[in-house]
Ligand binder design. Structure first.
Ligand code: IPD
Ligand code: CA
Length: 280
């Protein structure tokens, strides 16, 4: 088994690099007319997202024709989003589409691979910065081959916390997002940051640049690959209310330690959003 997944991971890294090259070549040349919207006027998608997802799935299916696939743009086009126990590739061709449209430099190609609903390896290619983050279960997390470790800071008052506003502009959700933000800022923490890509926020936790990241409204493809990068770098993952992370729940809290995570849980005004696997 071991060797099968290692060669699958090597292939995923090569595919992510190729996909990232296509994204990089397209960045800066996105015309207003080429930007479309999905769930809300600020949930953006471009032809590059769609083209790159097709490229990734074709390259993976060629080698693994019997595997399952969950891809952001395939789901947007009507495919089901179900995580079974079978080998499943979970793909976001561009995490940070708004960044891509504006050439803000945090844009990632994400490829996660799960078996029995457990992520076996994760690849996050921060393609505008040419940084390749990888993790394999039980074997550590790396950026361009350098081992990653989360920050050792245990005092939340000396922490930097990442979060995002997402693309949900429902007034009740926004009230909760802002009340959580106010409580976190008021702890007080050293600072709050938003990279504009869930996967890159998670890689920043894994790299020790920020102590934690939380968000309600993400999708499984934004965080599947990067969740393993965080845990293999020594970090913890949980739900924003403190239970175990549920990849389909659209809620995530990643932190350098349980104590920082649990402190944040106390400040987050949690709410539920429609799950990724809710087909109703
Ligand atoms: C989004 C980004 C953003 C986060 C959203 C995600 P996308 O992914 O990760 O930072 O706030 O929740 O959906 O749409 O660029 O793939
Ligand atoms: Ca995306």
């Amino acid at each position: 088994m071991e060797d099968i997944w290692q060669s699958a991971m090597d292939h995923a890294v090569a595919v992510a690099r190729k996909a990232g090259q296509v994204v990089r070549d397209a960045a800066g040349g996105v015309h207003e007319a080429a930007v479309m919207v999905k769930s809300s006027p600020i949930d953006l998608v471009t032809q590059t997202d769609q083209k790159v997802e097709k490229l990734i799935i074709r390259a993976l299916k060629d080698k693994f024709p019997t595997h399952c696939f969950i891809g952001e743009e395939s789901v947007a086009a009507g495919e089901v989003c179900v995580l079974t126990d079978g080998p499943t590739w979970i793909i976001d061709p561009i995490d940070g589409t708004t960044n891509f449209v504006h050439t803000f430099p945090f844009v990632a190609v994400c490829i996660g691979f799960a078996v029995d609903k457990q992520v076996e390896f994760g690849v996050v290619y921060s393609c505008l910065r040419d940084e390749m983050y990888t993790a394999r279960r039980g074997k550590g997390a790396f950026c361009d081959g350098r081992p990653l470790h989360v920050s050792r800071q245990q005092d939340i008052r000396q922490a930097v916390i990442a979060t995002e506003f997402g693309s949900n502009r429902d007034p009740q959700a926004l009230d909760k997002i802002f009340s959580s933000l106010k409580r976190v800022v008021s702890i007080p923490v050293h600072g709050v940051r938003s990279a504009g890509s869930a996967a890159i926020n998670m890689c920043l936790v894994a790299s020790g640049c920020v102590e934690a990241y939380y968000e309600i409204g993400i999708h499984v493809w934004d965080v599947a690959a990067s969740s393993l990068i965080v845990s293999e770098a020594g970090g913890v993952l949980m739900d924003v209310e403190g239970g175990p992370l549920d990849l389909m729940s659209r809620r995530v809290l990643a932190a350098n330690s349980r104590s920082v995570a649990e402190r944040l849980v106390k400040e987050i005004d949690a709410f539920s959003v429609r799950r990724d696997d809710d087909a109703s």
